[in-house]
Ligand binder design. Sequence first.
Ligand code: XIL
Length: 318
Amino acid sequence: VSGLNALARAAGKLYFGTATDNTTPEFTDPTYLSILENYNQFGQLTPANAMKWMYIEPEAGVFNFTLGNQIADLTEEYGMVLRGHNGVWYEELPGWVTSTDWNATGLAYAVQRHVSGIVGHYAGRVYAWDVVNEPLNDNGTMREDLFYNALNTTYINIALEAARAADPNAKLYINDYNIEYVGTKSTAMQNLIKQLQSEGVPIDGVGMESHFIVGEVPTTLVENFQAYEALGLEFAITELDIRMELPATDELYEQQKQDYYTVVDACLQVSVCRGVTVWDWTDKYSWVPSTFAGYGDACPWDANYTRKPAYDGIAIAF
Ligand code: XIL
């Protein structure tokens, strides 16, 4: 068996997959597409941007599914799993959402219409939806975004209930970062989950983003993952990349290989970890350099499409 998805499936996982961004020149790059479309490497796709609110509902109640459909169609053409990303997030919102002075009733309606619209459109085609994205601050309090300010935590209930009604078979996730390891934010996420469960709100899984730094991968991944399993949830590694401070060295590439191994191995150690998604697979199109100044080289393939030691770390772990 060769190829990261083929290895993941042989190891009993649903997929190894990647984010992909058809809002950028990636999709006019034939070399990029030829590797992306290799099912032995990628058995799952997440649209990095195409299904976000600003792209998919640019005007109130007016949906544009063109870009989302392109990714969904690709997954069907190649037999890949589709993860929907995302329903409600404080970033990449259209102007009509950010510029309205919402009252609770109006925003509850807008959230319900948005989530129903996107989850309903893709019903039957999506394995899992990140229905709510990044609701927590790093200190474990709720992020005081426009949703929370108008609706408190009830926007989460509204979104999850709308998603369940629109596609009863999709796994409903909350996705966040810095919840991958034992700590305040992970405890807060578990408390949020328990609250939702006690209220009878549908919640199936948690997305562990996993934007890590070479040499700083948390040591409590497995212990933390088991706490989510104990809540009756499944989970996935949803946005893995492991960035290094540039310039790269052979030592950093070796450490990165070890770090990718550690994360994939942690998923393998917990049966309800469904799969691993990298937040794009080549350094050519990674979001890291433009987001974290001085950092880069975070992906398993380099910018020339050559596999890095990190690739072998993933393959060996599976
Ligand atoms: C990022 C995309 O990769 C970028 O292209 C975009 O400009 C900003 O968003 N957490 C998430 C993802 O849940 O949606 C983010 O994706 C990365 C952080």
